[in-house]
Design a binder for this molecule. Structure first.
Ligand code: SF4
Length: 269
């Protein structure tokens, strides 16, 4: 029998074999082929992540792996999350950390799903922090608790997507599940990391006022009423072609969240 390895980073629990050497995220696999393979290297304001209430005004070198463990039908970065990119560049942890600190105030692992880059984040983040840089993770929260425990120990701030409030939504639209994401949010909130959340509002899919209300109450009870929440406007993308979120619906939904939370912002307007 050839080489077989099992991945325990996320609930997909992929098994790598010589016949199927790469997991669903297309980042991890036999020999860890996605290690250090960076896409989208650019310096962004921290507010673009979005992170509003941690080191405001900071600029962070932003990059991510070429793949993702979810398959959101409306993915805004589908060209690098759901398919092979030709613009991939290998950078060692030392090179990426040096580039981040030469050009900016730290590093953001973002654009696709950085938790599937577990080893690379664990190797690179401490090098940035050694130089007094900040390290940010922008994540879908679809990660098991053991690797997440390690990742929060080497990072400073997280923005986690709470994409909807039903398992059906997560299963049909994203290829994941709600409970894992809720557990991740709770775990990061309990850590010393700063946490903000993003709700991308898709008309007809995650705008039900009752579900929004339940989500707002859960956030308040779980991570506190001071949690920063970004309610962002959806635009047709990838496999979803329903029209963009009407701004009045965005404002109405943000107002429902404001019944529970003090720091609710609308985005992508
Ligand atoms: S991180 Fe990637 S390889 Fe690992 S279980 Fe999840 S989808 Fe599969």
């Amino acid at each position: 029998m050839g080489r077989v390895e099992k991945c325990d980073i996320c609930p997909h629990s992929c098994v790598f074999t010589e016949k199927h050497p790469v997991g669903r995220c297309r980042v991890r696999g036999l020999g860890n082929p996605g290690y250090g393979m960076c896409v989208g290297l650019s310096v962004d304001p921290i507010e673009k992540k979005p992170i509003f209430n941690f080191h405001p005004g900071a600029r962070v070198l932003s990059t991510g792996p070429n793949g993702c463990n979810l398959t959101c039908l409306n993915c805004q970065n589908w060209h690098i999350s759901q398919q092979r990119s030709t613009a991939v560049q290998y950078l060692s942890p030392e090179d990426l950390a040096a580039m981040a600190m030469d050009r900016s105030d730290g590093l953001a692992f973002t654009y696709t799903e950085p938790t599937v880059w577990y080893e690379y984040v664990m190797d690179t983040a401490p090098l940035v922090r050694e130089k007094n840089g900040i390290v940010i993770m922008v994540s879908n929260g679809y990660v098991n608790s053991e690797p997440l425990k390690d990742l929060v120990s080497v990072t400073d701030a997280w923005n986690i997507d709470l994409k909807g409030w039903s398992d059906e939504f997560y299963r049909k639209i994203c290829g994941g599940d709600l409970i894992t994401v809720k557990n991740s949010i709770e775990q990061v909130a309990r850590s010393s990391c700063h946490l903000e959340l993003t709700w991308l509002l898709i008309p007809g899919h995650n705008d039900d006022p009752k579900q929004v209300s339940e989500a707002g109450r859960w956030i308040k009870e779980t991570t506190g009423e001071n949690t920063t929440l970004h309610v962002s406007r959806y635009f047709p993308m990838y496999k979803m072609d329903i029209p963009a979120t009407p701004v009045p619906l965005l404002n109405k939904t943000a107002d429902i969240f404001r019944k529970y939370l003090r720091n609710v912002y609308t985005g992508n307007v």
